[in-house]
Design a binder for this molecule. Structure first.
Ligand SMILES: Cc1cc2nc3c(=O)[nH]c(=O)nc-3n(C[C@H](O)[C@H](O)[C@H](O)COP(=O)(O)OP(=O)(O)OC[C@H]3O[C@@H](n4cnc5c(N)ncnc54)[C@H](O)[C@@H]3O)c2cc1C
Length: 547
């Protein structure tokens, strides 16, 4: 019903709602999916894309972030309960994500491309919201370290790879599906986990210890099991900590409080304390970092994936807005300078998506025994994690600005995406730590540099600017010190992205990327592509409905 009489004005020049839309309508993503060996998953990804863009799922995302999780430390009688209450929307999102195989499922699928399909699923389902991607990512990533302790893996892996979401605290083996978290960071050190002070004391039973100490950040504390680092007699070691013990009693896992965070507000991040907490050793004593680093390798890929998702989601939102909004007598989309901004964002988004899927393909082939891909994955994941997550905050800010003042208002959803972006470059190794990890890989792992240059060589002679950049990279490599690590890793990331685009993207995309990111024909802000860039072709590919 329309208001009449008292209306002061008609509402015009505001865009219609974006939802429902198809989050999988992303040519670069679908091409990458096929190229990296998971074309068989395309139908499922398209179905998931429609579901992610549905009005229902978009509303879940909004509600799960507006109604933040709450910690209940005690019941009404004063007993400790340490439960987290979530809005029903959180559970809807979690149930869908787990059922769609976005948690541990690929490890149970003996099919080439299973890990690529999961990553692509994350790229489209991430159009809902990012917070619930934390427990699904940690559950996925917990499997490789757990496999270092076969008797534990035999019990827990089938439940961590299940497609069933069963919230609530119960004996883990009595549930249909489990979630895993991780506890590494303590007050005195996060990047440098060697400073962990939590102690692990062996009990009379082999492999069973008791923990005493604290963690400063442990996200998703409602998970069923956690991989935790603690100091055992033989040094820093990795443990599996269940919240409910096999006899049905509660393990000691006292949640002191939840963090009041910049973003990621649907997800609970906690400070737990352990005191006599039962823990089972995973991997050898003293090899905690070596064990848990296998988890970090997987979560780092997910950080790249989540940043690429945020880019694509905010690009789609920006494209929708400018298609329906006019200023100074013309649609925003038809204003030349706005086209430059959008096309520049589109290049960044495609480069991020293409690299994400290349990294997922390497991970997939590495777990199936391809040593060359394992060497490439080792260095390229750290490179990608550094660069793609570093671009996220600037990207989401620019996309937000495309909506003008509307973008600064919560109900547009853009502030939520903007607040999420910096997190991806903090956790799982902050920017400097990732850049230094690349140096470590170069110095200590003989195959790493070779694997990267082999990859770059497959695009040799395709673009003179790329060839020159690779030569520059080789020169820098010879003289890089810690102080220059960011510079080096940035160049590695740009050459890697350019080499992928030169081989797989249309010429307009590859040319504009090489001209701007490698050829120096670019400003510092987005929207500074050179005049020669074919903006129409770039936009027609990235936003087919918006060109
Ligand atoms: C929302 C959120 C959820 C989290 N969830 C979890 C979780 O579930 N489990 C968990 O274990 N942790 C979690 N973390 C912690 C996160 O992994 C750490 O915050 C991160 O690893 C950085 O550690 P830190 O905070 O101690 O910072 P620090 O280690 O003190 O680092 C501070 C800064 O110094 C830089 N720096 C460190 N070393 C060097 C160096 N050698 N040279 C140059 N610069 C350096 C870092 O890059 C960073 O910029 C979470 C964090 C956040 C924000």
């Amino acid at each position: 019903m329309e208001y009449e009489g008292s209306a002061t004005h008609a509402v015009t020049n505001q865009p219609p709602p974006l939802a429902p839309y198809d989050a999988s309508a992303d040519t670069a993503l679908l091409e990458g999916l096929r190229r990296e060996g998971a074309g068989w998953a395309e139908e499922g990804i398209r179905r998931l894309g429609l579901r992610a863009g549905s009005a229902e799922a978009q509303e879940w995302a909004d509600l799960a972030n507006r109604h933040e999780p709450e910690l209940r430390t005690h019941d009404r009688y004063g007993n400790r309960v340490d439960e987290i209450d979530f809005h029903p929307s959180w559970h809807h999102l979690m149930r869908a994500a787990v059922a769609e195989g976005l948690a541990g499922t690929p490890w149970a699928e003996d099919r080439a491309g299973a890990h690529v399909a999961r990553t692509a699923g994350g790229l489209v389902w991430g159009h809902t919201e990012a917070g619930h991607g934390c427990p699904t990512s940690m559950t996925y990533a917990a499997i490789p370290p757990l496999r270092r302790q076969p008797e534990l893996s035999k019990i827990y892996e089938p439940l961590l790879t299940s497609r069933e979401y069963e919230p609530g605290l119960k004996v883990p083996t009595e549930k249909r599906g489990l979630l895993a978290g991780m506890g590494m960071t303590e007050k005195q050190g996060g990047s440098d986990v060697r400073t962990n002070t939590t102690t692990a004391t062996p009990t009379a039973e082999s492999g069973v210890y008791t923990l005493r100490g604290h963690k400063w950040f442990t996200s998703a504390p409602m998970c069923d099991v956690f991989l935790v680092l603690a100091q055992a007699p033989g040094g820093l070691s990795c443990f599996l900590v269940p919240r409910v013990l096999p006899d049905g009693s509660r393990n000691t896992f006292r949640i002191q409080r939840l963090k009041d965070k910049l973003g990621n507000r649907s997800n609970a991040s906690s400070e737990p304390e352990f005191d006599g907490t039962v823990a089972w050793l995973v991997g050898p004593e003293g090899q905690g970092i070596k064990t848990i680093i296998e988890m970090v390798n997987c979560t780092r890929l997910d950080c790249v994936m989540m940043s690429a998702t945020l880019m694509r989601k905010t690009l789609v939102e920006a494209g929708h807005h400018v298609r329906h909004r006019s200023a100074f007598g013309a649609r925003l989309l038809d204003q030349p300078l706005m086209r430059n901004v959008l096309a520049d964002l589109a290049l960044e988004s495609e480069a991020a998506t293409t690299l994400t899927l290349r990294l997922a393909g390497a991970a997939d082939r590495a777990v199936r025994g391809d040593t060359g891909e394992a060497a490439f994955r080792r260095i390229a994941t750290a490179v990608g994690k550094y660069w793609v997550t570093k671009r996220g905050p600037a990207f989401t800010a620019e996309a937000l600005e495309c909506l003008g003042g509307n973008g600064y208002v919560e109900e547009s959803g853009m502030p939520r995406h903007y607040r999420e972006a910096p997190l991806l470059s903090i956790w799982e190794g902050s920017g400097n730590v990732n850049a230094l990890d690349v140096l470590r890989a170069l110095r200590r792992e003989s195959g790493a540099a070779q694997a990267l240059f082999d990859e770059l060589a497959s695009a040799r002679s395709a673009d003179a600017r790329l060839d020159a950049a690779v030569a520059r990279l080789k020169g820098q490599l010879a003289e890089t010190s810690e102080i220059g690590a960011r510079r080096l890793v940035e160049l590695m990331a740009l050459t890697l992205q350019a080499s992928l685009l030169v081989r797989h993207a249309p010429p307009a995309v590859a040319d504009a990327f090489c001209a701007s990111r490698l050829g120096g024909d670019w400003g510092h802000a987005f929207g500074t592509l050179p005049d020669a860039a074919d903006l129409d072709a770039i936009l027609a590919r990235a936003l087919p409905d918006g060109s």
